[in-house]
Structures are given as structure tokens and as C-alpha cells.
Design a protein around this ligand. Structure first.
Ligand SMILES: C[S@@+](CC[C@H](N)C(=O)[O-])C[C@H]1O[C@@H](n2cnc3c(N)ncnc32)[C@H](O)[C@@H]1O
Length: 297
């Protein structure tokens, strides 16, 4: 599958303009720990991240739900939908199914949305605005920075509550740390680790997803896939995009991270630049993990 063949064009995006990294993004949502902005740049970055993920996994999901998605009335929930790119692509392809995307932000498009898709502002750390047993498929990708370590089990409980018996829950997360790190990369990654530690976030939750699903008494048929993805010049054609995504994260959270690693603006830019060279010149990789499970009938 090509990388960019379904880039969403011509959609107007509702975006908050704040770049404030506190809990108040101007989104009227409290009780969350997510520290990334919800502005134009971050929306574009999340869109790029979607294209990279789809390319790496060569598809948008791995639960055995293709037939279900082609049946009228199937209901799908996308948790932390971000730019909405995954949901809009899925809703366009599976036009008989209904798709709902939830997010604390309102950065999703508000026009040219397929009739079977909608976005709702909701916080996955709170009770979701859906009845028990509503969805046939629930998808949640790259939310590690939004769910504190001690809330993963209860968040999964809540997702399972709104999942229909026999329905599938799929989670995907990445490890942002590389197996080999040069000095600049180490400094940046250490800063990210401090940021996540301060917010109670587990940066290695990708390796625990399978356990979380196995521990949930209402789930069974747990499947897990891990993929090492080589970055830098030894990688495939997406290597440049992978680091573009990483450096866009670092640009978008620059004020916060600069403060944590105690460097000036110029020093920070220099570190990100050096990190780019280190990653490009080494044969480093990071891990991508996805899991799914079925709710018992
Ligand atoms: C890295 S983006 C991933 C977007 C999308 N899932 C994807 O894979 O393309 C994380 C998204 O989760 C959202 N988010 C963070 N904390 C959340 C919460 N407590 N409830 C709902 N959404 C949340 C953020 O606003 C952001 O849009």
C-alpha cells in the first residue's frame, strides 16, 4: 500500500489556536494528562503519523472484522481520533458501517464528512457517552501520552463496557525510544521520559498491551503483533518521514521540553538537528505493537 494515496484534501479543520502545554488547551476538557498541543502543526503531524502507521502495518487494522465492516449497521468507535484521518478513510471505504471518533480536542474536520461518520468531544478517562454494548469494533491508536499508567485497566474496562459481546477491541502503541541512541538523541529522549514521568505516563506501555487485554475477564482471543521498524538511511522509503514525524513532535512540544532539559532555544534546535543526523546515520529501530481481543459472548 502506498503511503500517501488517501491523504484527505480540501477538508476544513476546526482547530484550537493555543500552543499551551498545560492541561488547558482551550478545549473545555479537564481531567486529562495529554501534553501535546492541538494546533494546525500538530494536526498535520498526526495526519502524517497516520500515513506512516498505515504503511508500516500495510493496513488500518488487524482484527478479523472485514466482513462485519461490510454489513449494514456495524458500529465502530475510534478513540483519540486526532486528525480523524483513520476514521474518514475507514468510513469512506466501509460505507455501510457507522463510525464515531472521540477526542478531547476538536481538531477534526467539520465539513465534507461522509454521512456514516461523526466526531464527538469526549474524554476516554471518564465515563463515555454511550450505552453498554454499543460498538462492534473499537480502535485506539497512539494514546500512551493521554492515559496515565494507573488508568490503563480502568480505561480498557470502560471500552469493554461499550463494546458489544463478540465485538473486537484493538489497541496500537509505539516505543518512542530507539535501540541505539547517540548523545543528542539520549538527551532528548531523557527529557521526554521526565515529561511523561511527571504526568504519570508509562512510555513503554506498548509492551504491556497484551497483558492488559489478557487481564480483562470479559475479553478473550487476545492477539499481539510486534514490528521492529528501522529508521534512518538503512530503512525503507519512509525513513525520512519517520524522523520528520519525530522532529515535528519535538518542534510542537519545544517550549515544554526546552524547560525540562534546560537548554536555550538555539541549543534545542541544535540537539534536534544532531538527533536527526544520529538517527539517519545509525541502523537504529523502534518497536510498534498492536493487539486485539474479542469480548466474550
Ligand atoms: C497521537 S494522537 C493519535 C491520533 C490517532 N489515534 C492516530 O493514531 O492517528 C493522540 C490523540 O489522542 C487524543 N487524546 C489524548 N488524551 C485523550 C483523552 N483522555 N480522551 C480522548 N482523547 C485523548 C489527543 O487529543 C490526540 O488527538
Amino acid at each position: 500500500m502506498g503511503l500517501c494515496n488517501s491523504k484527505i484534501k480540501g477538508r476544513r479543520i476546526k482547530r484550537s489556536t493555543t500552543n499551551d502545554l498545560s492541561n488547558d488547551h482551550g478545549d473545555d476538557v479537564e481531567n486529562h494528562v495529554y501534553s501535546f498541543p492541538h494546533d494546525d502543526e500538530e494536526c498535520d503531524r498526526i495526519h502524517l503519523q497516520h500515513l506512516i502507521e498505515r504503511y508500516i502495518w500495510q493496513g488500518n487494522f488487524f482484527s478479523p472484522i472485514e466482513n462485519l465492516l461490510n454489513q449494514a449497521g456495524t458500529k465502530v468507535l475510534d478513540v483519540g481520533t486526532g486528525s480523524g484521518a483513520w476514521l474518514l478513510e475507514m468510513a469512506t471505504k466501509y460505507s455501510k458501517s457507522e463510525f464515531i471518533g472521540i477526542d478531547i480536542s476538536q481538531m477534526q474536520p467539520d465539513e465534507n464528512i461522509p454521512p456514516n461518520a461523526k466526531f464527538i468531544q469526549a474524554n476516554v478517562l471518564e465515563r463515555l457517552p454511550f450505552n453498554d454494548n454499543t460498538f462492534d469494533f473499537i480502535f485506539q491508536r497512539i494514546l500512551f501520552a493521554g492515559i496515565p499508567r494507573n488508568k490503563w485497566s480502568s480505561t480498557i474496562d470502560e471500552l469493554v463496557r461499550v463494546l458489544k459481546p463478540g465485538g473486537y477491541l484493538e489497541l496500537a502503541e509505539n516505543d518512542f525510544q530507539y535501540n541505539m541512541m547517540g548523545l543528542a538523541t539520549r538527551k532528548i529522549v531523557d527529557g521526554l521520559l521526565i515529561l511523561f514521568h511527571e504526568r504519570g505516563i508509562d512510555p513503554t506501555v506498548c509492551y504491556k498491551l497484551q497483558n492488559y487485554l489478557e487481564e480483562n475477564k470479559q475479553l478473550h482471543n487476545v492477539h499481539c503483533e510486534e514490528k521492529k521498524y528501522v529508521d534512518g538511511q538503512y530503512s525503507t522509503k519512509v525513513y525520512k518521514l519517520l524522523f520528520d514525524d519525530y522532529s515535528a513532535v519535538l518542534t510542537n512540544i519545544k517550549p515544554t521540553l526546552m524547560n525540562i532539559i534546560k537548554v536555550s532555544s538555539e541549543e534545542y534546535d541544535g540537539l534536534v538537528n544532531d538527533m536527526g543526523k544520529e538517527v539517519m546515520e545509525s541502523e537504529c529501530f523502534n518497536m510498534h505493537v498492536r493487539v486485539y481481543a474479542q469480548k466474550k459472548a
